[in-house]
Structures are given as C-alpha cells and as structure tokens.
Write a protein that binds this ligand. Structure first.
Ligand code: SF4
Length: 353
C-alpha cells in the first residue's frame, strides 16, 4: 500500500484558546514529546516517498520549543509546506523572538479572528485578554512587515458588532498601514463551518434578513477576499433551498485520496482531515493498531462517517435530518456535512445501545 503523499498532523500541545466556534472541538491539551513525533513519522514512513510531518493541528507554535519543532518536522518531512498565515497571538505578545522568527520564514500575512468588541471577542475565544492580545499583535506584526488579515464569524448574536469592527479597522488605520508595507488589507466574514463546537450556534445561525445589518464596506472587503460578486455566493443558500435540492440527490461520496492528511490527537487516535476529529471519523489508534491497519481502514472507508458517506445517499440523510422550512444559510458543502454528522450521531446512538 503506497500513497503519493501522506501528511500527518500530531496535536502535541493543543491550544491556549477555547473558541466557541472551534471546528476541531475543544479538548484537553496534551504534552507529547519529540519521541512521540518521531514515532508518528516512523509509522507512516513505509507507506509513501513523500511524507510531511506537522507538530500540531490546533494552535501554531504554541509550545516554547516551536523553533526546534519547525526544524525537526522539516527533517522528518520530504516536503515542508511554508509556514501558514496562521499564528499564535498568545505567543506573539509573550515571546519577543516569535514574530521576527515568522518574518524570517517569509510569512507576509497573518490571520487574526475578531468577533466584535473586547467583551464579545473574549467571550467567543473563551479567554479573557484575547482581544487586547490581538490588538497588541497587530502592532507587532506591522513592525516586522507582516500584514494582519482579519476574520470574523457572524451569528445573529454578534452581527450587531459588525459596525464596531468596521470602526476598529478604520481607527487602527489597517488599510493604510498595510499599504505602507506593500500589502493590501484583507478582511472577511462568514458563518464558519458546520463542525465541532460551531454546532452549538445553529439556533442563532444567520438567515437572509440578517444580511441588511452588515455594513457595505465589510461586504465589499469580503467579496474581494473570496473573489465573489454577490454576498449570497459567500453565505450560501437557505436550508430550505438546500433541502429541496438534496432531497432528490441520490449520490454518495468516497473521500479517499492518494494524498491523505491525517489528524492524530494526543492519545494517538487518527482521523482523516476531512472533518472534525470526532468518534465517527476515527480510523483507529496508532499506538495499539499501527499505521498499516489505520491506512487500510482509511482506504476501505471503515470509519463510521466514511462508510455512511459511501453507502447512504445524501437524499436519505437530508429527508431524515434536514428541516425543509429553515431559512438558515449554509454553503452546500457545509450543509451536507452538517446532515452527515446528524446521521452519524443517530447511527452512533442507536448502535451503542
Ligand atoms: S479555533 Fe483555533 S485558536 Fe480557537 S480553540 Fe480552535 S484551534 Fe484554538
């Protein structure tokens, strides 16, 4: 069994935040060792000539030895993707060497997530002080020629904060400061994906009538970011519209690829990076079963979610778990996963009894 490329992401230390929208799920932090990282790489090494090893799938550079981890993961990898434009603002305000190090790796932009004012942002991040750290990080990034990119998740409960976010962008002079370092300012909002912790917000998911509450300036920036011409192309269709389309769609899907990415949690459970690391996506445990069994489970669609996705038509899942009257806005891809997860949970509950 050989793959063109395998990417493995080991959640060694977790994350300082407890974001209420976290698609990866809010789980206890781990404290794994370099030997654990090497063990993971050794396990997958026989199955590809192009292995990429990452020390995390939650917070970038959260652990104190982030530079060593970058070096070791580079040594363990045949291909090393350049540092993502995702950074740790927790570290940026605590470690003077961090942002210069990012700049030395060629990072030119960094994404920061703001939900509204200080109280709102701290609430959604799940940590007091997060908003102030983000503001400090913006200043530090500019000092080293890195442009902040602002992301906002919108729900009915924070959409009234959008004018404040526009005010913040203007008072922090972000467009001009980005231009001064030769970058274009980038902002976007969306409702996030239907995964992990974000599910708790479905009761306050936005509907078409909320769109008129969004400032035009933020709509224009968001359209530019996504390269779209209408905001409904970003925010998606109503559940009612999607229900009607999918209720007559008898297709099934196989997610297996020749270049899989695997998430490995602190307990060495392995998940395909298609969706949230949850029990119904679990492919097995690397310590107790080894990579060969895990990869066979992947290829043969043996995780519960993969098996359901491959064998149950989306029409059946939607008719059983969709709401034909709901006006909540979803992208089609997200909605299909939302329905899949509802189906999986029902399956799980029934078969665990
Ligand atoms: S969304 Fe990102 S920063 Fe927030 S808890 Fe999840 S992994 Fe951490």
């Amino acid at each position: 069994m050989k793959f063109e490329k395998i990417t493995v992401c080991l959640d060694m230390y977790g994350c300082p935040n407890r974001c209420k929208h976290c698609w990866l799920g809010v789980t206890p932090n781990g404290n794994l060792s370099i030997d654990d990282l090497k063990f993971v790489a050794e396990q997958f090494r026989p199955f590809t000539d192009n292995l990429e090893v990452s020390d995390r799938y939650r917070e970038e550079d959260y652990s104190d030895n982030y530079k060593e981890l970058w070096r070791i993961t580079s040594e363990l990898s045949d291909t090393k993707t350049p540092h993502f434009e995702l950074i740790s603002y927790w570290r940026a305000v605590r470690d003077k060497e961090y942002v210069p190090w990012l700049a030395s790796l060629g990072v030119k932009a960094a994404q920061l997530t703001i939900f509204g004012d200080e109280k709102t942002t701290d609430y959604f991040v799940g940590r007091k002080g997060a908003f102030q750290e983000i503001l400090q990080t913006i200043d530090i990034l500019f000092q080293y020629g890195i442009a902040p990119r602002i992301q906002t998740f919108i729900y009915k409960i924070n959409i009234a904060q959008l004018p404040y976010i526009q005010y913040l962008i203007e008072t922090l002079n972000l467009e001009k400061r980005c231009a001064d370092i030769g970058r274009e300012f980038d902002f976007f909002f969306h409702q996030g994906s239907c995964d992990g912790e974000n599910e708790q917000f479905y009761d306050v998911w936005i509907t078409p009538d909320d769109i008129e509450k969004i400032p035009h300036k933020l709509i224009d920036l968001t359209l530019k970011h996504f390269g779209k011409s209408h905001i409904r192309d970003v925010l998606g269709d109503t559940e009612k519209e999607l229900y009607n389309q999918l209720a007559v769609d008898n297709s099934t899907e196989n997610i297996v690829t020749n270049k899989p990415v695997f998430f490995i949690d602190k307990d060495f459970n392995v998940y395909p990076n298609y969706e949230t690391p949850s029990p119904f996506w679990c492919l097995g445990n690397l310590k107790t079963q080894g990579a060969e069994v895990i990869l066979r489970n992947y290829v043969n669609n043996r995780s519960i979610a993969q098996n359901i996705k491959l064998t149950v038509p989306i029409s059946k899942m939607v008719i059983e778990h969709g709401d034909p009257e709901s006006m909540r806005l979803f992208s089609k891809w997200d909605y299909k996963n939302y329905i899949l997860h509802k189906y999986c949970r029902a399956w799980y509950a029934k078969n665990q009894l």
